[in-house]
Design a protein around this ligand. Structure first.
Ligand code: NAD
Length: 294
């Protein structure tokens, strides 16, 4: 049966590395690296994510600046806040928690963030940098997925990688990262024909579709590495308050075939915040070295 890739443990290791880097940064810069988190409205899932981000930012020895705005905040007010954060020397990273309330335009909010502080890696300039192999800030969930791939497959050169899903948040950037690592990459999506056959070619299969247990055991090449990005909540069983969390992969079936696999929860999920903290440290270091040259 498949080796389980322990995302919780890898994420804890990474946060330890970031904490050491953050202490070194604070010594050289005479201030802590800082991450500003902006939450508009009271979406319960977003509240939980923002709460964890704030807590873990402080745990690794960085400054956390929280901006909680009412749901009826206007686009102009949100853009004015981002402008202030762009100019604030104590802020190295800016994260706007998505989704935004419906009356706000996420695209233009992301465009307004200074690309050097865009620790979510969603600004088109950073997406372009990733696609062209230039240094920049890359999205956190794909970074986390790649660090877990590396645990099972240290060298991707020439291997076939299949990415299920083509979102700007996960599928596209992870495909770029796999390409940069010299894998042969196929990106499959909702229009792909013969999906099981496409998946069976994969030495490395990354599932990021948001469809509970879509990928069955017989879609997986024996020995393949399977990274399950999906986080889906099933309808509650009778009598239960909450449904179970499952990934995009039928975990039990997949374990019998795959060589290595990430669980849900406890796989890619914990890596995302750890990579956000690493991006913040990277952004802080880059800003410090630019200031030092100036
Ligand atoms: P999305 O809805 O933006 O994109 C889904 C993609 O899957 C699309 O490109 C679509 O073409 C493809 N797709 C949908 N149904 C399909 C089907 N039946 N067959 C083939 N392709 C299909 O979603 P996203 O933002 O990329 O997120 C994907 C999943 O990853 C979700 O479950 C989300 O909750 C999870 N996620 C987890 C983290 C984390 O671990 N921290 C972060 C982001 C997203």
């Amino acid at each position: 049966t498949a080796a389980i890739i322990d995302g919780k443990a890898v994420a804890a290791e990474l946060r330890g590395e970031v904490a050491r880097g953050a202490a070194d940064f604070a010594g050289r810069a005479e201030r802590k690296a800082g991450l500003a988190v902006v939450l508009v409205g009271r979406d319960p899932a977003s509240e939980v994510y923002v709460g964890s981000k704030v807590r873990m930012t402080r745990d690794v020895g960085m400054e956390s600046f929280e901006h909680r705005l009412p749901a009826e905040t206007t686009q102009a007010d949100l853009l004015a806040l981002i402008r202030r954060l762009n100019e604030d020397p104590a802020v190295d990273g800016i994260l706007v928690q998505l989704p935004l309330p419906r009356h706000l335009d996420a695209g233009s909010v992301i465009l307004s963030i200074d690309p050097a502080k865009d620790v979510d890696g969603l600004h088109p300039e950073n997406a372009g940098r990733l696609a062209n192999g230039l240094p920049g800030l890359a999205p956190c969930t794909p970074l986390g997925a790649m660090l877990l791939v590396a645990r099972a497959v240290p060298n991707l050169s020439g291997l076939e990688a299949v990415v299920l899903g083509r979102s700007a948040l996960v599928g596209k950037p992870v495909a770029q990262m796999l390409l940069s690592a010299n894998a042969t990459v196929v990106v499959a999506h909702s229009h792909t024909r013969a999906l099981p056959d496409v998946c069976r070619r994969a030495d490395v299969l990354i599932a990021a579709v948001g469809r509970p247990e879509l990928v069955r055991g017989d879609w997986i090449k024996p020995g393949a590495t399977v990274i399950d990005v999906g986080i889906n909540r099933l309808a509650p069983e009778p009598g239960a308050a909450k449904g179970r969390l499952v990934g995009d992969v039928a975990f039990g079936e997949a374990c019998a075939v795959a060589g290595a696999i990430t669980p849900v929860p406890g796989g890619v999920g914990p890596m995302t915040i750890a990579c956000l903290l690493r991006n913040t440290l990277d952004a802080a270091r880059r800003r410090l070295s630019i200031a030092g040259e100036g």
